[in-house]
Design a protein around this ligand. Structure first.
Ligand code: SF4
Length: 474
C-alpha cells in the first residue's frame, strides 16, 4: 500500500492542471536529474518529449507544453515568480533555445521537439517519453506517467518498495476508511490526531506547521487574487472572470490592504443565506480563475478542483467560526488530505482515469469530511460526510470545452463546495450507525464507475460539452 502524506495531496503549484501541468513539469525535473547521472549536458545534441493519450488530446488547453518547457528549464513550480512564466516561454518560442536545468543552452523548438501523439500508452492515459540524443548518436529514453494530483511514476515503479516501507513505518498505516475508524476508536483520537501522528513520523512538528501554514497562505492569497482580478481568461474562449464582480457586490466598501486584512474584514460582515452561497461560490470561482490563468494554487487533490477546499475552509472561518485560527486550519487540512489519500489508494484522483468524479467528487468529499471534524463531528460522521459528498458526484464526466480548464471546471468547484457543506450538515444531523453506504463502498463504486466510463469522458475533450458546444457558441 502507498504511503501518502497530507503534503502529497496538497501541493503548491501552477495552474491549470495537476495531471497535465504540474505532473509533466515534475516529470521533466526528474528526467533531468536522471539524465545528469548518465551523461553530461554537453554530450546532448537534441532533446525531444513525446506526449501521449489524454496528455496529448487536452495538452494544449492544459498548458502541458508550457509545463514541459519550464520543467526542462529547471524552474520550480512552487517558487517561480508568476510574471516570469510567460517571459521564459516567449523566449524559448522566439529564440528556439532552452537552458537545460538553467545550466546548459541547447537548441529547442517547441513545435518540433514536443511531439503530440494521439495513441495511448497501455499503463496510463497520461504518458510522456523524454528522449536525449547524444553526439555519438545514442538515444536515451525514459517514460513517465502523470497519474493525477501532480503524482508522477515510472511504469516499473522503482520506488514502490521504498514507499511500502514508509507506509508500514507509519504508527497508523491507513488503507481505507474502516482502518482509519478503527484507529480512532482504539486510540480514542480524532481523525486529525491520527493523521498528525503519521505526519510526525515523516517530519518535525515545526516543519508540519510551517508547511501547513504555507499551504493555507497560498490558498488565501489565491482567493484574494481571484477576487481582485477582472477581465477575461486566456485560451480563446473569452470567459469573463466572475469572482471580481461578485466580490465587488459583496464587500460593501470594507477597506483592506492584504489577504490577511481581507479575511479579517469579511469575517466581521453579517451575511444572509443567499450571501453565504454567493461568498462560497466567489471563493471557489476566484481560485479556479487564478488556476485557469496559470496562477499559483494548491492541488486539492488536483488543480482543476483546487477551489473546493479553500472555499469550504473560508466558509468555516468566515461564517461558522470567527474565532478559528491555525489550530482549526491544521485539523481541516489534515483530515482533507487523509480522505483524499483514501480515494487515491482505493480508486483514482486522475480525471484521465475516472472523469470529474475523481477530481471535483474527491475534493468535495475531502472538504465535507474536514468541515465535519472542525464543526465537532465524530470520526464516523466525518467519513459519512465524505461518503455523502462522493455519492452525489458518482459518474460525473470530464469534458472540458477546447481542453481548457474553464468550462465546466470553474463553476463546478462552487458546486462541489456547496455540496460539501450540505454533506457535512447531513452527516452532523444523522446517526452514522444507520448509514447504508460506508465510505469504502463508495470509493469502490467510484473506481468501478471509472473503469466503466467511456474514454470520451475522461479528459479527452472528445465527448459531452466539449463536442456539443462549439468554439463559436462560446
Ligand atoms: S471537467 Fe472536472 S476533471 Fe475535467 S478538467 Fe474540468 S475540473 Fe478537471
Amino acid at each position: 500500500m502507498e504511503a501518502i502524506s497530507t503534503f502529497d495531496m496538497l501541493k503548491i503549484g501552477i495552474g491549470p492542471s495537476s495531471s497535465h501541468t504540474l505532473g509533466p513539469w515534475r516529470a521533466a525535473e526528474k528526467w533531468l536529474v536522471e539524465l545528469q547521472k548518465k551523461v553530461a549536458f554537453v554530450d546532448v545534441i537534441e532533446v525531444n518529449v513525446y506526449i501521449y493519450g489524454s496528455l496529448s488530446l487536452t495538452g494544449k488547453g492544459h498548458a502541458t507544453d508550457y509545463a514541459l518547457m519550464l520543467g526542462l528549464s529547471g524552474q520550480d513550480p512552487e517558487y517561480i515568480p508568476i510574471e516570469n512564466i510567460h517571459t521564459i516561454i516567449n523566449r524559448i518560442n522566439e529564440e528556439k533555445f532552452i537552458e537545460l536545468d538553467g545550466k546548459f543552452t541547447i537548441s529547442f523548438n517547441p513545435e518540433k521537439n514536443i511531439i503530440f501523439k494521439k495513441e495511448f500508452l497501455p499503463f496510463h492515459a497520461n504518458g510522456m517519453t523524454f528522449e536525449a540524443i547524444l553526439f555519438d548518436g545514442q538515444k536515451l529514453k525514459t517514460t513517465y506517467y502523470s497519474i493525477g494530483g501532480g503524482f508522477v511514476v515510472k511504469k516499473e515503479q522503482k520506488r514502490a518498495k521504498k514507499n511500502i516501507e514508509i507506509f508500514n513505518s507509519f504508527p497508523f498505516p491507513i488503507a481505507n476508511g474502516v482502518q482509519l475508524l478503527n484507529y480512532c476508536k482504539d486510540q480514542d483520537k480524532s481523525i486529525s490526531e491520527i493523521v498528525l501522528e503519521n505526519e510526525r513520523s515523516l517530519r518535525t512538528d515545526k516543519e508540519i506547521d510551517t508547511e501547513l501554514n504555507r499551504i493555507w497562505d497560498t490558498m488565501l492569497d489565491c482567493m484574494y487574487t481571484g477576487c481582485h482580478t477582472e477581465g477575461f481568461l486566456p485560451g480563446g474562449l473569452n470567459v469573463r472572470r466572475r469572482a471580481f464582480e461578485i466580490h465587488q457586490k459583496l464587500k460593501e466598501n470594507n477597506p483592506y490592504e492584504s489577504s490577511k486584512e481581507w479575511l479579517f474584514s469579511i469575517r466581521n460582515t453579517t451575511v444572509k443565506f443567499r450571501q453565504i452561497l454567493q461568498w462560497v461560490s466567489c471563493f471557489a470561482l476566484a481560485v479556479n480563475e487564478v488556476n485557469a490563468s496559470l496562477g499559483r494554487v494548491v492541488t486539492a487533490p488536483t488543480n482543476g478542483s483546487a477551489g473546493v477546499i479553500p472555499a469550504v475552509l473560508m466558509y468555516y472561518m468566515v461564517i461558522e467560526n470567527h474565532e478559528a485560527d491555525f489550530t482549526q486550519i491544521k485539523k481541516f487540512l489534515l483530515v482533507a488530505g487523509e480522505i483524499g489519500s483514501i480515494f487515491k489508494k482505493g480508486a483514482t484522483i486522475s480525471a484521465a482515469m475516472g472523469g470529474c468524479q475523481a477530481e471535483i467528487g474527491v475534493s468535495s468529499a475531502m472538504a465535507a469530511g474536514a468541515l465535519t471534524e472542525v464543526l465537532g463531528g465524530t470520526p464516523e460522521q466525518v467519513l459519512m460526510a465524505a461518503e455523502i459528498a462522493m455519492e452525489h458526484h458518482l459518474g460525473l464526466t470530464c469534458d472540458p470545452i477546447n481542453g481548457l480548464v474553464q468550462i465546466p471546471c470553474i463553476e463546478r468547484n462552487s458546486m462541489g463546495a456547496i455540496k460539501a457543506i450540505n454533506a457535512a450538515e447531513l452527516a452532523l444531523n444523522s446517526n452514522p450507525e444507520e448509514a447504508k453506504v460506508p465510505l469504502d463502498k463508495v470509493v469502490n463504486t467510484m473506481w468501478e464507475t471509472a473503469k466503466d466510463m467511456n474514454s470520451k469522458y475522461k479528459e479527452t475533450s472528445k465527448g459531452g460539452l466539449a463536442v456539443d458546444v462549439s468554439f463559436t457558441d462560446c
